[in-house]
Design a protein around this ligand. Structure first.
Ligand SMILES: CC(C)(COP(=O)(O)OP(=O)(O)OC[C@H]1O[C@@H](n2cnc3c(N)ncnc32)[C@H](O)[C@@H]1OP(=O)(O)O)[C@@H](O)C(=O)NCCC(=O)NCCS
Length: 180
């Protein structure tokens, strides 16, 4: 898939250097449910992501590596989880190498996941969630046109302390409204 600046496609083995360059930075994992992997673990993670290349049933994740030709690098990835077939629900997520933050690339790639979710999969509602302290993440949700629906306080113990959770969402009709 192409956007103005980006190519989105499933991960491939030779993306490991770019993937590790991103994932080896502890700051990237500050608000993710894991810690920064070593190279061997990164290789295992990317092998799994390579298999997450389509959505055929609910519960699956579609993972697309985001390649930026201008840099000649994979600069991050975006995901779409098919949460429910019956209720036509999905969830998006994104992780970008800090070297490439602040350029609108995550937004450009995330818009593709909304498009796939609403237009190809026929979803009715797509959510995104983050820790309220992860301001770059919820600001991106707002730039995408998503609405903050919930602020759960002390939702879970996250990295050893009580963590809050924001839930943002967008309905298909809002997506269509924004596009027209
Ligand atoms: C969340 C994350 C993907 C956001 O990345 P980002 O680069 O801030 O997001 P965008 O692609 O929307 O870029 C927006 C910024 O680019 C700027 N920008 C520059 N050129 C732009 C362009 N051509 N188009 C749009 N925005 C542009 C915007 O002004 C904005 O800057 P600001 O934040 O200073 O206002 C990133 O912080 C990240 O990967 N974090 C680590 C992993 C993580 O926490 N993931 C989320 C878990 S819930």
């Amino acid at each position: 898939m192409r956007t103005e600046r980006l190519t989105l496609r499933p991960y491939q083995e030779d993306d490991l250097d770019d993937f590790y360059a991103c994932r080896s930075q502890p700051e990237v994992y500050r608000y993710l449910y894991a810690d920064s992997p070593d190279r061997a673990a990164a290789e295992e993670i990317i092998a799994k992501k390579m298999t997450q290349d389509e959505l055929t049933e609910e519960g699956q994740w579609l993972v697309l590596a985001v390649y930026w030709p201008e840099a000649g690098r994979v600069v991050g990835d975006v995901v779409l989880k098919w949460l429910s077939e019956e209720h036509r629900q999905g969830e998006i997520g994104y992780v970008f190498n800090p070297e490439f933050h602040g350029k609108g690339l995550a937004r450009e790639a995330s818009e593709v996941m909304l498009k796939i979710g609403f237009e190809d999969l026929g979803l009715h509602r797509i959510i995104a969630q983050c820790d309220p302290r992860n301001e770059p993440s919820w600001r991106l949700m707002e730039r995408l046109g998503m609405r903050r629906e919930a602020h759960f306080r002390h939702f879970e113990i996250f990295k050893g302390e009580w963590g809050d959770l924001y839930t943002y969402a967008m309905l298909a009709e809002e997506y269509r409204g924004a596009a027209s």
